[in-house]
Design a protein around this ligand. Structure first.
Ligand code: M6R
Length: 666
């Protein structure tokens, strides 16, 4: 064991065969509980007095700033606690962060250097003031915040009730806080005032999945946190240290982050970071640099993060392509640290993802099968492991996840690894759990995506999947290098074409505003246009709360056409009329069929396709690009349509009801 100093902070490190390796990959795979896990945002901070005097960093300011950035994770209620003058002072409020800010305005907290904060997505007990975090224990001297669910809370609560503990909320968190308080006060046997030790003992008793942060008035300079199957990152500062559910929690203050492994406890003070396992054995974290700056997590003059992120898309695609091919047009995915010989032997690819990321997977299937001739299945991650799938050492599992924390996807990846598959993660969040638990990662470089509705991550995921498909084709000799070069050149032109769509979106926005009272909108597509139709429908559902369905256009006559009635709006994603085996004519026939039954047809077509005009109430043209790459363009008008319509309805575009950005729910 050795103590390494990392720029003012101290990390306890245990070298393993001389390597600074990711612990989770080495340890036996732990089956996560089949459970609901909260999706809250968590921040912790400890600074020293000179730090505060220099930079005006009071714990409350830092914590509130972190909560503002993390609010996308959950927004049912929010709360903070600081340690000041030998006591804990806490405020909490149901509703969005603004409610808490108003409460703090009327009832301010004392100045402090140690604090924690929480923004909640309710799982256990409704979103009330009482159930909001922090929860207090040990006579109000201890405060705890929590993301996750304590599965054995009922049994622990009973035990604590018998000891005379009283509870004021319906949450499992309050039980965990009371347990920690009881251990701290009554069970430390000579190690009094050791919150770290108490947390270790408490975690040994807790079942479920959780991130816990605690402060205690007896140890005013310390925040102690624990993690099991729920995200937690440490931020390293100079004379101050941070904790966050993700790096947004402290990105205003430092870009130096430390990943924690499963079942670890971290104790931060202003000058040190110490990591142990749940039994007190020193453990290690892995430091990394956060490569996006705080400005990229701001709205930048747009009315919502979603609008901003839609406009970030030319850059998201360009950044994802950057540095991944050489001057000869050869793919150079050096980060894919999987033996090329193994990749050559792959006989099946399974893409695992949820929601929008799964639609990116569907697009990937068309491209990968076309270029690599490897059978490719796309499966919703939550369905995958419950159907006894056929997976072996020749299976390549590609997971796609913006957050890298989606519990369904994580569980599916773990299952696939257990079965011997090689796993590659396509992910947007550096240091998150899914890439860490995969054999290799291909990061999308979309920058932080804050709006709950995914936009730029989707295009970046598709781009990364294309790169992976081309790389496999190159490795296995499925297509000529000239062809790869051509596709890469076409991909390189996509950002400018997206920009063209963004610049010409005025009429589409006008249409969206005029449709704000629609009750239902349908979306049709075929081939790669099918996942685009699904994505268009999902966007509208999640932010405009309008009933929307996406269908494969060929499926219409097998049922969905019965939905068509006078005035029913239907978006149709029309394939290019160019090319020998174009599906264009078939989709145009579909448009005629629905128009004949009264549908209002809103058509997305390729520039130069004049034939569709006759059948469309509105046509929105996108620039020409090869068919397989078309989703990178045809998706954009549908995103703009949904965002504009939701805005016209007066809805919160970034924080739609009932949803949270990071879905750590199984
Ligand atoms: O973080 P992930 O990409 O794993 O998230 C997957 C889905 O939850 C996500 O794409 C969700 O469907 C979005 N809200 C869609 O806009």
């Amino acid at each position: 064991m050795s103590m390494l100093s990392i720029g003012g902070s101290a990390l306890l490190l245990v070298p393993r065969n001389g390597l600074f390796v990711e612990r989770d990959i080495l340890r036996p795979i732990r089956r996560a509980p089949a459970t609901l896990v909260g999706m809250c945002g968590i921040v912790g901070y400890v600074g020293n007095s000179s730090r505060r005097a220099d930079a005006g960093h009071s714990a409350l300011d830092v914590v509130l700033e972190g909560l503002r950035r993390l609010e996308y994770r959950g927004y049912d209620s929010a709360g903070v606690a600081v340690v000041a003058d030998g006591t804990i002072a806490a405020r909490k409020k149901s509703g969005k962060l603004t409610n808490l800010l108003a409460e703090l305005e009327s009832d301010p907290l004392p100045t402090s250097l140690t604090g924690i904060g929480h923004t909640r997505w309710a799982t256990h007990g409704g979103p009330t003031d009482q159930n909001a975090h922090p929860h207090l224990a040990d006579g109000g001297r201890l405060a705890m915040i929590h993301n996750g669910i304590i599965e054995n809370f009922a049994e622990l609560k009973q035990e604590l009730l018998e000891k005379g503990v009283t509870f004021t909320s319906e949450t499992d968190t309050e039980v965990a806080a009371a347990l920690l308080g009881d251990i701290f006060r009554n069970q430390l046997n000579g190690e009094s005032s050791n919150l770290t030790k108490a947390m270790q003992l408490a975690c040994q008793r807790l079942e479920g999945a959780f991130t816990l942060l605690a402060v205690h008035a007896d140890q005013p300079d310390v925040v102690v946190a624990a993690r099991r199957n729920s995200p937690l990152v440490v931020g390293l500062g100079e004379g101050e240290n941070f904790l966050g559910s993700d790096v947004s929690g402290f990105i205003d203050h430092t870009r130096r982050a430390v990943e924690l492994g499963q079942d670890q406890i971290v104790t931060i003070t202003a000058d040190s970071v110490e990591i142990t396992d749940f039994f007190g054995a020193p453990a290690q974290g892995k430091e990394y640099h956060v490569d996006w700056d705080p400005a990229s997590a701001e709205k930048g003059g747009f009315s919502s993060f979603m609008e901003k992120e839609i406009h970030d898309q030319p850059d998201a695609v360009a950044q994802t392509l950057l540095g991944r091919s050489d001057l000869n047009g050869q793919l150079t995915l050096s980060e894919l640290r999987i033996d090329p010989e193994l990749l050559k032997k792959v006989d099946k690819i399974i893409v695992l993802a949820c929601g929008t990321a799964a639609y990116a997977g569907l697009v990937a299937k068309y491209a990968i099968e076309n270029w690599c001739r490897i059978p490719t299945e796309v499966e919703l991650a939550h369905e995958f492991r419950y159907r006894d799938p056929i997976v072996d050492a020749k299976t390549l599992v590609v997971s796609i996840s913006q957050s890298g924390e989606t519990m369904d996807t994580l569980m599916a990846v773990r299952y696939a690894r257990e079965q011997g598959a090689k796993t590659i993660s396509i992910c947007n969040t550096n240091g998150s759990t899914i890439p860490r638990e995969s054999d290799a990662v291909l990061y999308t470089h979309a920058g932080p995506e804050i709006a709950v509705a995914s936009t730029k991550a989707f295009l970046a995921q598709i781009t990364a999947a294309y790169l992976l498909g081309l790389y496999l084709a190159q490795l296995r000799g499925n297509i000529f290098s000239g062809q790869i070069k051509d596709v890469l050149a076409d991909l390189g032109k996509v950002p400018a074409k997206i920009q063209e769509i963004l610049d010409g979106a005025g009429p589409l926005r006008e249409l969206a505003r005029s449709m704000k009272d629609e009750k239902s909108v349908l979306f049709l597509g075929r081939h790669v246009g099918f996942p685009v139709a699904l994505e268009g429908a999902l966007k509208l559902k999640e932010i405009a709360y309008i009933h929307a369905e996406g269908f494969a256009a060929g499926e219409l006559k097998h049922g969905p056409i019965a939905l068509i009635d006078e005035g029913q709006p239907v978006f149709v994603v029309v394939p290019s009329p160019r090319g020998r085996d174009s599906l264009h004519a078939k989709v145009v026939s579909n448009i005629q069929e629905i128009r004949a039954r009264g549908a209002r047809t809103l058509v997305i077509a390729e520039e130069g396709d004049e034939t569709v005009r006759a059948y469309a109430e509105h046509v929105f043209y996108v620039p020409q690009t090869p068919t397989l790459l078309m989703p990178l363009l045809t998706t954009v008008p549908l995103q703009i349509f949904a965002a504009e319509l939701a805005k016209a309805k007066g809805y919160d575009v970034d924080q739609p009801r009932n949803l949270a950005k990071s879905v750590t729910v199984e």
